[in-house]
Ligand binder design. Sequence first.
Ligand code: PEP
Ligand code: MN
Length: 293
Amino acid sequence: MSWQARFADVPDVLKNEHRRGTVVPVLDLTIGGDEFVIIAGPCAVENEFQLMATAHRVRRAGARILRGGAFKPRSSPYSFQGLGREALQLLARARKETGLAIVTEVMAPEDVPLVAEYADILQIGSRSMENFALLEAAARSGRPMMLKRGLVATIEDLLRSAHFVLENGNENVILCERGIRTFDTTLRNTFDAAGIALLKQITHLPVIADPSHASGHRELVPELARIGLAAGADGLIVEVHPDPDNALSDGEQSLDFDAFDSMMSELAPWIELRHRQSARTKSSALRVMEAVG
Ligand code: PEP
Ligand code: MN
């Protein structure tokens, strides 16, 4: 069976001759275009120093977008739930100081207007991938959306949610592979690199890899980042914190500043290779088009 037939009920997200690759504009950059886009920042916005220091440092290392949760989906009511509006205001200040675009999660339909006022990209978390009321409200805000794959969502489930957003009038959807639950609980999740490769082959939507949530361990993040790039992702979202051991959430998987710098240096030749490869593919496509007239 062809992929077209397999995913016949989500036609809007599949590649076709008119839509080969969606390029999502975000401030002065694009996602899904030539640039391999690095999104970095803390799991949650905790305070002014933590966010500003991180923003400046990841920007210097080459990140283009700052991440940071203002509303956190926590499985325990006693865990840090996020600073809400105060975090959004800090994110806006960080954007002003650094020029980085902002991505942050929105968890409830009624929060969409507030979050959309501050964020350049609305993040839909794994636990919300099938919250269709939220997807609809976020789609209608007109902001680009990053849709994280659900913890137990198949590729088809992910595409169904993306299709739903497109059908609600928002074309600027970015998919995010962040690991899924499998029988193997050694790591926090199982990173589906083949899923990234498949998504890039069959959909026209940009795909971002999240090596932080996919592994749950900071020492594995640089390796998974490289694998995500090699699988064809359009960029990465990576958790970075000035003092990971004392982070209020996801410290075990967060890189400190030096580790983030090292990861970026190690990635540089791979990013360069990807760039040359895409220039080659483009110029051969151009030659074919010229030859056919
Ligand atoms: C996050 O990005 O911090 C987050 C909560 O991610 P996920 O929804 O993928 O678990
Ligand atoms: Mn996190």
